[in-house]
Write a protein that binds this ligand. Structure first.
Ligand SMILES: C[S@@+](CC[C@H](N)C(=O)[O-])C[C@H]1O[C@@H](n2cnc3c(N)ncnc32)[C@H](O)[C@@H]1O
Length: 227
């Protein structure tokens, strides 16, 4: 019997097959999920879908159609299974690097929770954001205007270890109008604790200490509109 993970978000119940090699919904995923609104009849792109959680939720919240992409065949296989498990039929899964599988198309909403952990050497692929955490993040933001309809929105999570204000500035520089939908702080896990000396010397990386002295990264969910 396969193990299931179960979530209740925005009044929707979602079940996922557990797979240790596929990114499970995290703080960032769930914070994005809370702000998925106005999806009725919308054409949506979920970039780097992982387990398929946000794509499945978008479908259940009324999207007309969702395209979900990932570079990992294993993630896509699991996401397809998860869509079937949740009886969702209007999500199309496509394998490939970021916008490659949707060339020539444009969307009302792009959702993305990019891999952003800064590290010199690869941490698990689904969280590695290159040496400064921005390898995928920058490409998602720079590419978004080309793949958004007029008044289309990019909803994206950004962690302070990769640079929050740099991300807002980049959105503005490509013609998007960003606003912060929500934010939270989260204590470093074991993997980040091992990286702390490296993070100290990264110009964009920023973290705070909580009341008991634990280092914490901050997470912001942006909505950036194409006007
Ligand atoms: C942080 S996980 C987020 C997964 C899911 N969206 C969520 O929030 O639960 C990032 C996902 O992006 C995928 N990914 C990494 N690099 C990618 C790329 N160049 N193109 C498409 N997907 C990529 C990873 O395989 C992983 O599933």
């Amino acid at each position: 019997m396969r193990q299931l993970l179960e979530y209740d978000v925005r009044g929707v119940n979602i079940k996922l097959y557990k797979d240790l090699k596929v990114y499970p919904p995290s703080t960032a995923t769930l914070l994005i999920a809370e702000y998925l609104e106005n999806l009725e009849d919308r054409y949506i792109l979920d970039l780097g879908t992982g387990s398929g959680f946000l794509a499945i939720l978008a479908s259940k919240l009324g999207a007309r159609k969702v395209i979900a992409t990932d570079i990992s065949p294993r993630a896509l296989e699991r996401a397809r299974e998860n869509a079937r498990l949740n009886r969702v039929e209007n999500v199309e899964f496509r394998l490939g690097d970021l916008y490659d599988p949707v060339k020539g198309e444009s969307f009302d909403l792009i959702i993305c929770n990019p891999p952003m952990t800064p590290s010199k050497t690869p941490v698990p692929r689904y969280t590695w954001g290159g040496i400064d955490g921005r390898a995928i993040l920058d490409r998602v933001i720079k590419g978004a205007p080309k793949y958004l309809n007029k008044n289309g929105r990019l909803m994206i999570s950004v962690i302070s270890l990769a640079g929050i204000s740099e991300s807002a500035r980049l959105m503005e520089s490509v013609g998007l109008i960003p606003k912060v939908l929500d934010y939270c702080t989260h204590p470093f896990g074991k993997r980040l604790m091992k990286l702390i000396d490296y993070l100290k010397n990264l110009p964009n990386a920023d973290y705070v200490f909580d009341g008991v002295g634990r280092p914490c990264w901050r997470l912001v969910v942006f909505e950036a509109v194409k006007i």
